[in-house]
Write a new protein. Structure first.
Ligand code: ADP
Ligand code: MG
Length: 330
């Protein structure tokens, strides 16, 4: 018997589109002999829909038309099972389907930060990926840094800032703790949304404003000059976890931007085929680093994964300070 799998994606998040791309790529690669796949698209309104048109990228060019061909659904627990059940709307009545497991392929607030995981836990569907607390920790850069620091990992110092404080006070607190250049970022977003680098007080003020347009809580940390980024994924759980090969993503500018990540590797990339998600990122696998550094990163990735209580698959990103031009890493 096939496993009835609900793939959840979209959601009330600024990374909604990224999630759609990730989910479509995942669904394309799921073993259909093993899984009966039910796409569940969470619209920006929070409504959930299922339907075959959700699996085609071109449908998203006209979302309201696509949703008219879909069925609005909700999860309903009943007699020890959980069903994906149609929301009754005029003239429509679909079939309920029992769901064995949910697979959230989501990015950002309300969906990746423990909120969706809490919903699934409350209705009683087993789900793929980190539990509620680990999802919440993994989504809050300040909380995650605090846990990692406590676990003995090298993390950058930071200043946590909450909307409402005067710009003057915020700047004073940042300048007391670090020198320019400074990176400012929302604490609870990904995909580089709202992140900027400030070289002086004037640009810091703009960077703070930018980050606050996306979140109520933001942070400032010293910007690493001559940065090399190395990513390593981990699969497993606290008892048995394995690290992937290391990759090095390449950026067009000083910050690995949303464009670098999703728009075919930057503003100069070809866009005729639409975004391929992170598959469009310019990268090198395996990363051009020494064997010793590779093993250090892979070991630390697994340790960080366990420290944060992750399960399933996570990507752990490392920032390396490199000696300019020679690319030597110590
Ligand atoms: N302290 C830093 N120094 C230099 N560059 C940084 C720093 N923090 C972030 N960046 C740049 O910004 C990008 C996005 O930051 P990151 O903290 O990874 O946020 P996100 O969760 O949005 O990916 C990084 O990949 C890197 O290019
Ligand atoms: Mg990142």
């Amino acid at each position: 018997m096939k496993i009835e799998l609900a793939v959840l994606f979209g959601g009330r998040s600024v990374e909604h589109e990224v999630s759609v791309i990730s989910a479509l790529q995942a669904m394309e690669n799921l073993n259909r002999e093993k899984y009966s796949v039910h796409p569940v698209y969470i619209a920006k309104t929070g409504e959930m829909y299922t339907g075959s048109s959700l699996c085609s990228m071109s449908s998203y060019l006209n979302i309201s038309e696509m949703l008219q061909a879909c069925q609005q659904v909700t999860f309903v627990p009943k007699g020890g099972n959980v069903y994906l059940q149609p929301v009754l709307t005029a003239g429509r009545r679909g079939q309920s389907v029992r769901i064995d497991v949910a697979f959230p392929i989501t990015h950002g607030t309300n969906v990746e930060d423990g909120a969706l995981q809490g919903y699934l836990k409350t209705v009683g569907v087993p789900f793929v990926g980190p539990d509620v607390l680990a999802s919440a920790v993994g989504m809050d850069k300040y909380v995650m840094k605090t846990m990692l620091r406590d676990g003995g990992f090298p993390v950058l110092d930071c200043v946590r800032l909450i909307r409402g404080e005067t710009a003057e006070d915020m700047i004073r607190r940042i300048e007391e703790k670090m020198a320019y250049p400074v990176i400012v970022k929302p604490v609870n977003l990904g995909s580089s949304v709202g992140i900027s680098k400030a070289a002086d007080r004037e640009s810091l003020e703009v960077a703070l404003e930018t980050a606050f347009t996306y979140a109520d809580v933001i942070l400032a940390e010293p910007a690493i000059v001559n940065l090399r980024e190395i990513n390593c994924s981990v699969v497993g759980d606290a008892w048995d976890a394995d690290a992937s090969e290391c990759e090095e993503p390449f950026m067009e500018d000083e910050i690995l931007s949303y464009q670098d990540k999703y728009m075919d590797g930057g503003s100069k990339g070809t866009k005729q085929s639409g975004s391929k998600g992170m598959a469009g990122l310019k990268r090198k696998i395996p990363a051009d680093i020494s064997m010793e550094m590779r093993e250090k990163i892979r070991t630390m990735a697994v340790e960080a994964f366990c420290c944060l209580g992750f399960t399933g698959v996570s990507r752990i990103d490392f920032m390396l300070v490199c000696v300019k031009d020679t690319r030597n890493i110590n």
